[in-house]
Design a protein around this ligand. Structure first.
Ligand code: NAP
Length: 252
């Protein structure tokens, strides 16, 4: 099955893992829409990839619903949905306020849910579609000081599995990738946080993140993009409802 010209929507496509996924999908010949808040970053990536950029805060449900209509109006029905955008605030349980908890769930879980609900029925009617959720290995195991993030990523894993069972006979597959620490702004912020709270220097803090993986390194965004792409071709249709760890063996 030729995937050239199929339409993909990647949330958070303006930087980090989402940018790498958008780049990979565009290189494979898909028409790509990227969505995020940072108009300048999105425009830069869209220009480089000949993609379309849409500015929206995923936590704003009404704006998100309007953006879905706008994307489909511009590019046609969406065949591939990559729920990549996410936020990862870290704090002890006592310091995790309601706003932090609600925002983690709004961006990390409710937006993917809303996008799946808006787009999956049309994919199913058309008999083909792919949903890939970028969860985290924090969706497969616990980490201290990340209760909102960890709980939200476990919810994404649950959403992935439930939807996969629900749509199994439609030609649509639903999977998640669950990276360990990846070399992006998000892990840089995590290292800065560790350095600040443990009074270590930046190199020691980064080494602490690297040491979490048996491979003693951070993943690259391109490795995550490769894993996402591997779930898209027709030949991958048997991979369904899986939440695939990409963490150098950390969860092995
Ligand atoms: P990043 O560099 O911080 O990028 C986060 C992306 O999410 C940005 O493109 C950002 O776009 C978008 N985003 C955040 N809040 C948004 C909102 N309210 N509305 C729209 N877009 C929003 O992070 P990353 O490392 O690329 O992470 C991408 C995904 O991988 C996340 O789901 C993260 O949880 C997951 N992950 C990351 C790691 C890691 O170590 N980096 C490990 C495991 C899983 P704008 O700035 O344009 O809004």
């Amino acid at each position: 099955m030729d995937l050239k010209g199929r339409v993909a929507l990647v949330t958070g496509g303006g930087r980090g893992i989402g940018e790498a996924i958008a780049r990979r999908l565009a290189a494979e010949g898909l028409k790509v829409a990227i969505l995020g808040r940072d108009r300048e970053a999105l425009s830069r990536v869209a220009f480089a990839l000949n993609a379309r950029a849409f500015t929206v805060d995923l936590a704003d449900r009404a704006a998100l619903e309007a953006a879905v209509i706008e994307v489909q109006g511009a590019l046609g029905p969406i065949d591939v949905l990559v729920n990549n955008a996410g936020i990862a605030d870290s704090a002890s349980l006592e310091r995790t306020d309601d706003a932090t908890w609600d925002r983690a769930f709004a961006v990390n879980v409710t937006a993917p849910f809303a996008l799946c609900r808006a787009l999956l029925p049309t994919m199913a009617k058309r008999g083909w579609g792919r949903v890939v959720n970028v969860a985290s290995n924090a969706g497969l195991r616990g980490y201290a000081y990340t209760s909102a993030y960890c709980a939200s990523k476990h919810a994404v894993v649950g959403l992935t599995r439930a939807l996969a069972v629900e749509v199994a006979r439609t030609g649509v597959t639903v999977n998640a990738v669950c990276p360990g620490f990846v070399d992006t702004d998000m892990s840089t912020r995590a290292a800065e946080n560790i350095a600040r709270t443990t009074k270590r220097d930046a190199d020691a803090a980064r080494a602490a993140l690297e040491a979490l993986s048996p491979q003693r390194r951070l993943m690259t965004a391109d490795e995550v993009a490769h894993a996402v792409w591997s779930l898209i071709p027709h030949e991958a249709r048997g991979i369904h409802g899986q939440c695939i760890a990409l963490d150098g063996g950390q969860t092995a």
